[in-house]
Ligand binder design. Sequence first.
Ligand code: PHB
Length: 388
Amino acid sequence: MRTQVGIVGAGPAGLMLSHLLHLAGIRSIIVENRSRAYCEARVRAGLMEHWVSELLVEAGVGERMKREGMVHDGIFIAFNGQAHYLNFKKLIGKHVVIYDQKEVVTDLIARRLADGGEIHFEVADTSVHDFTTDRPKIRFRANGELNEIACDFIAGCDGFHGISRPSFPAGTLQGYDRVYPFGWLGILSESPPPEKELIYAYHEKGFALYSMRGPNLSRLYIQCAPDENIDEWPDARIWEQLHLRLGGVRKLTEGKILQKGVTPMRSYVTEPMQHGRLFIAGDAAHIVPPTGAKGMNLAMADVRVLARAFESFYRSRNSEPLANYSKTCLRRVWKGQRFSWWMTQMLHRFNYENDFDMKRQIAEIDYVTTSEVAAKSLAENYAGLPMG
Ligand code: PHB
């Protein structure tokens, strides 16, 4: 097999990259170790920054999102028994859109296939080779047979546990990370939303978040231990904690719990995001705690930069944007990291040695919910910093 850009991973990053390249007349092939059904069904956070929702529309893959996505003009931040509304639309003239990642993935797969795109699902033993030469290769096994894609470039969009990042030669990468002393226990519940937009709640028993997927589908999270055993959380205990942490500000209606799981909380950045002709994007290069809802957005920013850089290369043999890929992305990545860390440290309950930091946290929440200047800064970061 021969293509221009070989892509590892059919998540939002790999699929969007392949689609943007197609629009620019550049060929690509995607390999993915999961099945198409798995990729289309996995529930993940689904909050799009304003510009990402516009990118989907501009790229011609926003039709269903425009119909089914929920436009949110702001968020609520709750503490001391009161929910305060931060109106992004008024503060900065932007909104966000709730549309699950699996829907973005479903739409992009359908579109790639309709456009004649090549996606190999359920492959095994994927590996990347010769990316310090100008003839890199991706090898993989499909139906027991070995295959090879010869390409000009490789894009590793295969997530935090993928093979791309570990394929960088020893000593070429520097990792920066922060592990938090808690996780999120998330549920999907067949119950109507208690509020039309999200509620981030600070509570002495721990953080809670109310989000949604539809008029009778709620997505709720509570702060838990990082190694929480889900078996110790029968439905009744989950609802008890949700009522405790969110019930003071909105009345929650209980419903059938359709799914539950624990999300680890970690901040991680690897530098650089490129070695030779291997480029990594999205979670393969960086992960954020979900409090800032930045995961998919940073991935989309990376692939937009990468798609444009490939375009410069193929259109005018200008390889400077490719050479600058890592530097360009990392500026935004670090701002996304800063914001995600900041939201996380502000809203969660820590076991501080004394109460100074707890009082400081509350003062910070009080500040962002009462100062227009502070609220604007939160809104600007949450709804998405301008794309350069
Ligand atoms: C979600 O709807 O899953 C969600 C929303 C906002 C977050 C995290 C998760 O910050």
